[in-house]
Design a protein around this ligand. Structure first.
Ligand SMILES: *[C@@H]1O[C@H](CO)[C@@H](O)[C@H](O)[C@H]1NC(C)=O
Ligand SMILES: *[C@@H]1O[C@H](CO)[C@@H](O)[C@H](O)[C@H]1NC(C)=O
Ligand SMILES: *[C@@H]1O[C@H](CO)[C@@H](O)[C@H](O)[C@H]1NC(C)=O
Length: 378
């Protein structure tokens, strides 16, 4: 008798959490849940809350596998439809797409990413080329996360899931075996083979680029921490045009982990880069100048994050950093793209870096920002 009562109370505590001065209150579970059963209507359940994407030609690429004709599509087995699930409405302006992408998520681990409230586009390669061609150049600055970003853009413009992110034109047979599909990013030895400039691809393997020759220019300057060494500042300066080009220059920056998410260091890093930029490109100081700048914060940490970095670079620190950088960037006229929510439920092979799939989503987010820039103002 005592034993039965004890079990009953355990049941109460753990399942229905009803306790009445230590005595067990009898609660019939079917009755307790019957209200819910009555209101559930299976004919509407699955259609809420997402609506199908608008049935207009502009959104067609969103609803197909844009990788269908990419090289190594079958071997790498990645469909664009696994990376992003389209819905309506489409975001109508840059601020709403940035907010939607920064606060979106996934319905389960490695499920397709969905921005929050309104959708982003999933561009096909022709669209990616057209958007990049609106700019004299797109300058990416940052660490390995940003190198993976330019890697993913190279996958898109080279239509190659197997080797698009790496300098496969000079690969040994071993590297061809090692640095393939996800391993372009996941294997440490392959990171030195990452592509830093679309100009290098144009020089060494022009046939691999889907965009017309001379129309696009995307490059990364690796500047990982503050203080920035003088030779890195010089290298950065060299990458900037010295006379005003016919098309605008867009800046995509990412910083954080190499300064252990120290907000002040990131702000100093950003200020130093912007100061250097406006010295070399003084026309950007003119009132109302078109000066598109985007700051990315690091993605979420995964289970594989090494123990010694968990306190300073763990998820609490990353979340706080993302929120703070957004505020500091806005004060400087720099737009912000958060990647924590997008990546929280995505595979991170070493606890820090997203795999090829996650980086393709990041790359497409940046393409959405570039697409929304009002280049006519230039
Ligand atoms: C369930 O929803 C559908 C569609 O809105 C509606 O036609 C139907 O009457 C609902 N069924 C019940 C039992 O409420
Ligand atoms: C390819 O990926 C799909 C979806 O993730 C999976 O269901 C399928 O088994 C994979 N095929 C191969 C050959 O790995
Ligand atoms: C995640 O999304 C929420 C809104 O849903 C947003 O407030 C937050 O800044 C985003 N980033 C982090 C790290 O939580």
């Amino acid at each position: 008798m005592f034993f039965a009562g004890f079990l009953c109370c355990l049941f109460c505590l753990f399942l229905v959490r009803v306790s009445n001065g230590g005595k067990c209150t009898t609660l019939s579970l079917p009755n307790a849940f019957s209200g819910l059963q009555k209101t559930f209507n299976s004919s509407v359940g699955t259609q809420v809350p997402f609506e199908a994407p608008e049935d207009v030609p502009y959104r067609r690429p969103d609803a197909v596998d844009t990788f269908a004709d990419y090289k190594y599509r079958a071997a790498c087995n990645i469909s664009s439809q696994e990376l992003h699930a389209p819905f309506s409405p489409l975001c109508q302006d840059r601020q709403s797409v940035l907010t939607a992408m920064s606060s979106g998520g996934r319905i389960g681990k490695d499920a397709p990413f969905m921005p929050r409230g309104c959708d982003m586009r999933w561009f096909n390669t022709a669209e990616v080329c057209e958007i990049l061609s609106r700019f004299d150049r797109v300058i990416i600055t940052g660490d390995s996360m940003m190198r993976h970003l330019i890697g993913s853009l190279n996958v898109l413009i080279r239509q190659d899931l197997g080797y698009g992110a790496v300098t496969d034109w000079n690969f040994s047979p071993d590297e061809r075996k090692e640095c393939f599909c996800n391993n372009q990013f996941n294997v440490k030895g392959c990171s030195v083979q990452g592509i830093y400039k679309t100009a290098d691809v144009m020089e060494h393997d022009p046939m691999s680029v889907a965009c017309d020759a001379g129309t696009i220019n995307v490059a990364i300057e690796e500047i990982i921490r503050f203080p920035i060494p003088p030779d890195e500042i010089e290298r950065f300066k060299t990458s900037l045009p010295s006379t005003k080009p016919n098309r605008p220059v867009a800046f995509v920056m990412g910083h954080g982990l190499w300064n252990d998410l120290d907000l002040q260091a990131s702000v100093n890093w950003l200020d130093k880069l912007m100061e250097t930029t406006t010295i070399k490109m003084p026309w950007l100081n003119e009132p109302g100048a078109f000066f598109p700048r985007l700051m990315l914060t690091p993605n979420a940490a995964g289970i594989g994050k090494p123990t010694e970095w968990r306190a300073l670079q763990g998820n609490e620190a990353l979340m706080e950093f993302e929120e703070s950088v957004k505020v500091e960037a806005a004060k400087r006229g720099v737009e912000h793209l958060g990647t924590w929510n997008m990546s929280a439920q995505a595979s991170k092979y070493d606890g820090t870096h997203l795999d090829l799939r996650g980086n393709l989503v990041k790359g497409m987010m940046v393409m959405n920002w570039l697409n929304m820039l009002d280049v006519e103002r230039y």
